[in-house]
Design a protein around this ligand. Structure first.
Ligand SMILES: NC(=O)c1ccc[n+]([C@@H]2O[C@H](COP(=O)([O-])OP(=O)(O)OC[C@H]3O[C@@H](n4cnc5c(N)ncnc54)[C@H](OP(=O)(O)O)[C@@H]3O)[C@@H](O)[C@H]2O)c1
Length: 331
């Protein structure tokens, strides 16, 4: 498993981490046993970076990770959590008093005195340009309750705003074959500033595995059923904001590209994950996994050989021809 520095945290983390939204909620049911098995299989396969949030299952994901850390105290795992979506997302709520309350709860859930990395969880755009927000986060670092902070963003301009701040350790952003805009300015700016990039939604919510069809039915409590039009949260988080049927066709082309260029060495899902962590400037890519098989397969993509320029030009062609018009100007 490739190791990379997580920006200004200075920590080395696995190039493929684990997204744990699935262990909380919004993806149908994942039992406690399956959740622990996913964490265990990931660690065994070399994953040392878990991404969670206080809001995933309203603390369930954090608590499951907390129990796991207790049983694996020497494993060297870095946990990034997020805060700010258990209250109304209005700029007035992003203040020190709330930050203290939110991080205290996450520390209890994770069973740690100090959080490795806490990210503002897609706050309103105005928050990114508010000095007092960064002052408050700096205070949490001085108090020792968090080791570092970062942001999780929806748009590239939010990312650039955060990267310009001196103490932002990392930026989490959607980066996958259906989201190429971060390659233009965000990744170079992050590299130049030493800010880590956490690439989320690398499979476009599973689409890039090539396994879904027009007939696929997602569970009622899966956001891929209830958030296709953005009814619950930013529509860009579901299939990266690409209309499902457009995404299916583009994913079929991506599958063909992967089969042509990497043959049997990587599945399309693994090629999508390897492509993401191999973009210069990315620290870790965090695919979500709902079972042990997915967790193992995804981790294995962390030691994939470099995908060459032909792969990149194939990805770009699919993006330009089918995807760009749906996403490029929005995020
Ligand atoms: N605002 C934010 O900060 C934010 C928003 C979204 C996500 N995130 C973070 O990013 C992580 C990753 O994003 P995501 O989970 O939304 O999307 P993703 O990683 O693009 O897709 C995850 C889905 O892909 C499918 N999958 C995973 N591994 C597979 C494999 N090896 N083969 C075939 N299919 C596979 C599974 O779908 P099935 O369930 O159909 O099997 C899984 O639920 C989240 O877990 C979370 O930690 C953060």
């Amino acid at each position: 498993m490739e190791q990379q520095v997580l920006g200004r945290t200075g920590r080395l983390v696995s190039a493929v981490g684990l997204g744990t939204w699935q262990l909380g909620a919004d993806w149908g049911e994942v039992s406690e046993g399956d959740a622990h098995a996913v964490l265990g299989a990931s660690l065994e396969a070399g994953v040392t970076f878990f991404d969670t949030a206080d809001v995933y299952g309203d603390g369930r994901s954090e608590q499951l990770i907390g129990a796991f850390l207790k049983n694996h105290p020497e494993a060297g795992i870095t946990v990034a959590t997020k805060m700010g979506r258990r209250m109304d997302q209005v700029p007035e709520n992003y203040v020190l008093e709330n930050f203290r309350e939110w991080t205290d709860r996450s520390r209890r859930n994770l069973g740690v005195d100090r959080l490795d990395l806490v990210q503002l969880h897609c706050p309103p755009t105005a928050v990114y340009s508010t000095d007092a927000v960064y002052d408050a986060l700096d205070e949490l670092v001085s108090d020792g309750v968090i080791a570092a902070y970062g942001v999780s963003v929806e748009t590239t301009s939010e990312a650039l705003e955060a990267i310009a701040r001196p103490n932002v350790a990392s930026v989490q952003i959607i980066l996958n074959a259906f989201r190429l805009k971060p390659l233009e300015e965000v990744l170079p700016a992050a590299s130049a500033a030493g800010v880590g990039i956490i690439a989320r939604v690398p499979l476009a919510s599973g689409l890039l595995s090539g396994k879904y069809t027009k007939e696929t039915v997602f569970a009622e409590n899966d956001h891929r059923s209830f958030n296709r039009d953005g009814a619950a949260f930013d529509v860009g988080e579901t299939f990266s904001g690409v209309p499902y049927e457009v995404g299916l066709e583009a994913a079929a082309r991506f599958t063909e590209l992967a089969r042509d260029l990497v043959g049997d060495t990587l599945t399309p899902a693994q090629a999508a994950i390897a492509w993401a962590w191999q973009r210069p400037g990315v620290s870790s890519v965090i695919p979500g996994a709902r079972n042990v098989e997915q967790a193992r397969a995804n981790a294995a993509a962390g030691s994939a050989a470099t995908l060459g320029p032909l792969f990149m030009s194939g990805v770009r062609e699919i993006y330009e021809e089918s995807i760009k018009e749906h996403v490029h100007d929005k995020w």
